[in-house]
Design a binder for this molecule. Structure first.
Ligand code: GLN
Length: 487
């Protein structure tokens, strides 16, 4: 297999057996970036090649001496540009932060540094993680490596395209309403959103704080387990970080699903789905049946309100979180302001994109006097109902399966002027964020024209162990004949 397309766990075994060196791995990925990134548009910022190769050499030197190295040591990995990296520009996809250099490191990237990971650079994304296509990046759109006319999904579309096309061995994305799982599905990779509170949000630029959660985007489920084990766990810097015990995810791999119950949601409206998404999903369910799992219907009557609920809660939290970008303390500052109000208005107007402005306006409106009860409080009540309905569903089933998105990757510009259509592409992913439960996207299959489609699996709160078990089994047993990448 081409080095730059191999999973980390298998490259690690190979380097311990001296079949490949860390330096060769890093060189292969850097060459791949050099050759393809002008077209794909993944990286916003790259670390220096000498520094990357020096870290790879250091890992090889330890291996040569028989010293222990972690699986991530020296391994070339790019990070979504939402994670603050000390001394390295962090833009969150926004012109507002184009020159922002954080004075501190996010917990997620610090934990990867503790494992010795080798940062390749910062990866493109929708501005402030708002979007489903990467067309909202304040810099440039990312292309889908399976079809360059199509979007890679969003907001972690850059990370997904990078992992799929070999421009990074893995990445960490963030998921507020589907931003890990939807682009994973659009790129035939694995994307895991952990339970809310499992991974620290410290140093991760905030969009909607009660929903935001970071998680791995990888080539396979084993790498997702490996990456998640590196980043999760309690962090006193994040008040919503959980002190719960962490299961050993690797022990869950290679177990089967015989006798398990896989739920399908009776109330999920599949009528807007592309027929190829439905046939892929049906074929995926057959795989579980063949493996001895039982398919059971579950009821989640309020799931039909999930998108509307999310598009009240997320903009409300965004309008509050983004108040800090006022041109005063850091980031873009308008030069032509005549007074303080002017400074706020011009700094924001000049540097924030249209989708971000739209969300701030929606959220500010929904939180204003008289509307707070009608919108925000009501949305929170529906969120409680959805959470409770998932809880009762998981009394009867081990996992719930659905397509990740109603449609396969779409063309650039196709949904840009119709925000509702764009928002509906998250209809199947948003419920897990509202309920706080973990979810994963695993490759499900390809359309006749060669576009990827994922299968989404959800489990109960804090049941990443079951999630990884079911997903790994499915990945091993679902036969996919993938077409060639377009690049
Ligand atoms: N696409 C959704 C949105 O635009 C989700 C984004 C995300 O999960 N960060 O809000």
């Amino acid at each position: 297999m081409t080095i730059y397309l191999e999973p980390i766990h298998s490259l690690h075994k190979k380097r311990l057996n001296k079949e490949v060196s860390t330096k060769e791995i890093a060189q292969a990925v850097i060459k791949r970036i050099d050759e393809t990134d002008d077209t794909l548009g993944v990286y916003l910022q790259r670390n220096k090649t000498e520094e990357i190769l020096a870290l790879a050499d250091a890992a090889d030197a330890k291996i040569a001496k028989g010293e222990k190295v972690t699986e991530l040591e020296g391994m070339p990995i790019g990070m979504k540009d939402i994670f603050s990296t000390k001394g390295i520009t962090t833009t969150c996809g926004s012109q507002y932060l184009k020159d922002y250099v954080p004075p501190y490191e996010s917990t997620v990237s610090q934990r990867l540094l503790n494992q010795g990971y080798n940062l390749l650079g910062k990866i493109n994304m929708d501005e402030f993680a708002m979007g489903s296509s990467n067309e909202n990046s304040g810099f440039k759109p990312v292309k889908n490596p399976w079809n360059l006319d199509c979007v890679p999904g969003g907001s972690s579309g850059g990370s997904a395209a990078a992992v799929a096309a070999g421009l990074s061995l893995a990445s960490i994305g963030t998921d507020t309403g589907g931003s890990i799982r939807q682009p994973a599905s659009f790129n035939n990779i694995v994307g895991l959103k952990p339970s809310y509170g499992r991974v620290s949000r410290w140093g991760m630029i905030a969009f909607a704080s009660s929903l935001d959660q970071a998680g791995p985007m990888t080539r396979d489920v084993e790498d997702a387990a490996l990456m998640l084990e590196a980043i999760w766990g309690y962090d006193p810097h994040d008040a919503t970080s959980l002190k719960s015990t962490l299961p050993n995810l690797r022990e869950e791999l290679n177990k089967d699903v015989k006798g398990m119950k896989i739920g399908v949601i009776k109330d999920l409206d599949l009528s807007s789905c592309d027929p190829e998404v439905i046939s892929c999903f049906e074929a995926n369910l057959e795989v579980f049946k063949k493996g001895g799992a039982e398919i059971v219907e579950v009821e989640l009557p309020n799931i039909k309100h999930a998108v509307a609920t999310y598009y009240v809660i997320a903009p409300c939290e965004c309008s509050s979180n983004l108040g800090r970008y006022d041109g005063v303390r850091y980031g873009h500052r308008a030069e032509d302001a005549k007074n303080l109000t002017d400074l706020y208005e011009l700094s924001r107007d000049q540097s924030l994109g249209p989708e971000v402005k739209l969300r701030i306006l929606l959220g500010t409106f929904a939180l204003s006097a008289g509307y707070y009860d009608a919108y925000y409080l009501k949305a929170q009540k529906i969120q409680d109902l959805i959470r409770a309905q998932f809880q009762s569903a998981f009394k009867n089933v081990d996992a719930i399966a659905s397509p990740v998105t109603p449609v396969p990757p779409f063309k650039f510009g196709e949904k840009l002027n119709d925000p509702i259509q764009m928002y509906l592409s998250d209809a199947f992913t948003i419920p897990a964020n509202l309920a706080g439960i973990p979810g994963i996207s695993v490759p499900g299959g390809f359309t006749k024209s060669g576009l990827p489609m994922g299968l989404q699996l959800l489990t109960g709160m804090l049941r990443e162990d079951k999630l990884v078990r079911v997903a790994h089994w499915f990945e091993k047993n679902n036969e996919i004949s993938a077409p060639k990448l377009a690049i």
